[in-house]
Design a protein around this ligand. Structure first.
Ligand SMILES: [Zn+2]
Length: 324
């Protein structure tokens, strides 16, 4: 039999990480990056909001990290994404031609409101299809908050339908009964779902990387589409200030003023009372602060994501939290 041209050519594996707002995508990505050992990966992080927070939360911030913010890569900033992706591939080609160490993998983290389907089509419709191979779509699901009714989001369901592996995260926060009920719920949308429970994004790398599980689900009853942002009605409200917050006022804002329509908030916060840089994460009703040292001059950067948010009012309330 004659060899098929190109069959044995190496194509860079791409792992697409998707999942709803606050499900733990960046935590998973951090776990993967920490345990890559001698493998090298380029990372693309897409954020829906105007301020890029995720790349500041990621452990590996170097030349291999591309942050794409201010829009959804599947429908709003597709061209920016393609351009950035081509640049990374070209650079990698240059490196390997010069006998230098090339990439072993590419990780692509979508924003929480993205639909992976149009993104898959982007790969299919361009030269990316011959230069790379989609290894798997990993969908992170928050075991504590997930129900179809709660999210009412076309994108959230599309993420599950197109996920080759469903990573059920935060299983430490639920009991066995809740865990089974979430699994049943997931199987309602994806009957043959491959579900892996995990906590803090910790999963053996061999079970999610180089698994060659990508299967094209082109079923027509998919709720996917490029209209997902309009259909879901999500908005991202940015807030920035070079003045510190008052910790007390900010806590009060969280406890009493934060609209319940905010599904997710994340930011790098500066408090008058503290010398530290605080990574702030809010998902559903849970929030957490993580202390770090400032590398850059302190400032406040925060993004709130949700439905039907009054941008002006929210920004006004946050402004009121600033220290006098
Ligand atoms: Zn999109």
């Amino acid at each position: 039999m004659l060899p098929v041209p190109g069959l044995f050519e190496y194509r860079l594996p791409v792992t697409l990480i998707t999942g709803f707002l606050g499900s733990g995508k960046t935590t998973l990505l951090n776990h993967l990056m920490r345990h890559l050992r001698d493998r090298r990966a380029a990372v693309f992080v897409n954020e829906f909001g105007a301020i890029d927070i995720d790349s500041q939360i990621l452990v590996t911030v170097d030349e291999d990290l591309v942050a794409l913010s201010n829009g959804c890569i599947c429908c709003q900033i597709r061209d920016d994404f393609l351009m950035a992706f081509r640049r990374v591939l070209a650079y990698n080609q240059m490196q390997t031609s010069a006998g230098k160490r090339g990439l072993d993998a590419i990780f692509l983290e979508t924003s929480g409101v993205a639909d992976p389907y149009p993104l898959m089509l982007t790969f299919r419709a361009t030269e990316l299809w011959s230069l790379t191979r989609l290894d798997a779509i990993l969908t992170v699901v928050d075991a504590e908050t997930f129900t179809a009714e709660y999210f009412q989001s076309q994108a959230a369901l599309a993420q599950i339908q197109h996920g080759d592996i469903i990573l059920l995260n935060k299983t430490d926060l639920v009991d066995d009964e809740q865990l089974r009920s979430v699994e049943t719920e997931i199987q309602r949308f994806k009957p043959q779902a491959r579900i892996l429970p995990m906590t803090y994004g910790q999963v053996p790398l061999s079970s999610v990387l180089d698994v060659d599980l990508y299967s094209e689900d082109m079923s027509t009853d998919s709720p996917s589409g490029v209209q997902h942002l309009q259909n879901d009605g999500f908005v991202a409200v940015p807030f920035e200030s070079d003045r510190p917050f008052s910790l007390r006022k900010f806590q009060k804002f969280l406890d009493y003023q934060l609209p319940s329509e905010v599904f997710r908030a994340k930011g790098v916060l500066w408090f008058d009372e503290s010398p530290h840089r605080h990574l702030f994460q809010l998902s559903g009703k849970r929030s957490q602060l993580q202390d770090e040292a400032w590398q850059d001059p302190p400032r406040n950067q925060l993004v709130c994501i949700g439905r039907n948010l009054d941008e002006e009012e929210l920004q006004h309330q946050l402004h009121q939290c600033l220290a006098p």
